[in-house]
Every structure is written in C-alpha cells, then in structure tokens.
Design a protein around this ligand. Structure first.
Ligand code: ZN
Length: 226
C-alpha cells in the first residue's frame, strides 16, 4: 500500500518533479508519451495520462494502451493530466477522442481525473454534462476568473491553482470567493516551493498554514475517497 498524506504534511497535488519539499506529500504526474509507468515508482503516488500537447495520430493507440496498462497499479491515484488545449496540440477532434477514452478508463477503474484545459472550456463543460462522471475531476493550473470557477464548481469539479497565478496579489479575491473545500495547490513543472504557495494562500484566506493544511487534507480524502 502506498503512503497517503498525513496530518501536518503539505500536499502538492500535481507536480512533474518528484524532488519533494520536506514534509510534503506529492502526486507525481507521469505523461504517457514519456514512457515511464507507475510500476517504475512503486512507492510514489502518481497520476498517469495523455497530455494533449504530446498526442498525435501516430502515437494515439500506443498512448491509450499505456493508460490502460497504468490503470491497475495501486500507486496510481488518478488518470491524467488529460484534456484540451486550443493553443497547442493536435486537432480538437483527436484531443476529444483521447479525452473521452481516458474518462471511460477513469470511470471503469473508479479513479478520479486531473484535467488540463487551456482556452477550451467549451469542450470540457459539455463533456462533464454528457458523461455525468461518478469519479470527481480536478482542473489543474487554474487561472480563470470567479465566474468560470463557479461554473466548474457547479459541475462538481475541484480547482488546483496555477502556481504563478496564485502567488499574485490579485489571486486573493478569487480565493476568498470560492469554497475552501474545493481547492488544491500544486507546483506543476515549476521549481517554486509548495510551502511558499501555502503561506501565500493561507494569508489570503486569513488562515494559519496549519489550518489550510487540514482543509486540503480533508479535500484530498474526500476527493480520492481514502
Ligand atoms: Zn502538469
């Protein structure tokens, strides 16, 4: 059984770098095209999926096979990051096909989804309406406005904020307007320290860092049903 986050730990819900800060529980994101699998890091909680930037007609089947193979490992906590990107990646049709396939895998194995979505909310929102997933989804790298955030929350999603957005002063407003029980924090592919993100967000929310840690731990347990 893999280690799960403990009280007092920071949770970095999405990172591409396993070098964790001290006292942090991380979910390492593996991308199917990289060729690494959850079996290579048996002690490490991870997510595995097809990042839309690295998908094409030629590698589609191979990458989907990768997700199917990764799905059964106990250290795999979520499918993804997967989703839509209108600035980079293949045709939106191919992105949709890959996304729908990964959502079916998530539903079949009973594990949640990490969403990557850039300028493609008009693709993501119809999907959640159509699928009515039993598994929860969280949008990683979120940097939208309050209205968009509320729309996603109303569909049952959680939000993990883009590291470079959440540390800005103007992020305080949106953080305060959202329910604490639907947020996660992440370092993604940056070398920012998760402790600095917690410190900033705790101060925006008028909380102690320890209080924020407890809230995010509760969110984690609810989201992953652990
Ligand atoms: Zn990422």
């Amino acid at each position: 059984m893999i280690k799960l986050p403990k009280p007092g730990e920071y949770i970095d819900i999405h990172t591409h770098d396993a070098r964790s800060a001290a006292n942090a529980f991380i979910i390492e994101n593996l991308m199917a095209h990289e060729g690494r699998s959850p079996v290579d890091i048996p002690e490490q909680a991870c997510s595995f999926g097809i990042h839309p930037w690295f998908l094409n007609e030629k590698n589609y089947s191979q990458l989907i096979n990768g997700v199917n193979n990764a799905a059964g490992f106990p250290n795999l906590l979520a499918i993804g990051e997967c989703g839509f990107d209108k600035l980079r990646g293949p045709s939106i049709e191919l992105q949709r096909k890959a996304f729908e396939e990964q959502i079916s895998i998530s539903e079949a194995i009973g594990k949640p989804v990490v969403i990557h979505c850039v300028r493609a909310w008009d693709e993501l929102l119809p999907e959640v309406k159509r699928v009515r997933p039993k598994m929860p989804w969280f949008v990683h790298g979120f940097r939208g406005n309050t209205e968009l955030a509320e729309q996603l929350l109303s569909k049952g999603m959680y939000l993990s904020f883009w590291f470079d957005f959440v540390i800005r002063p103007e992020a305080a407003h949106i953080l305060r307007s959202l329910p604490n029980e639907r947020i996660f924090l992440e370092t993604d592919s940056s070398d920012i320290d998760i402790r600095d993100i917690y410190k900033k967000v705790a101060s925006d929310l008028n909380l102690q860092v320890d209080e924020l840690k407890s809230i995010i731990l509760e969110n984690f347990r609810r989201f992953f049903k652990v």
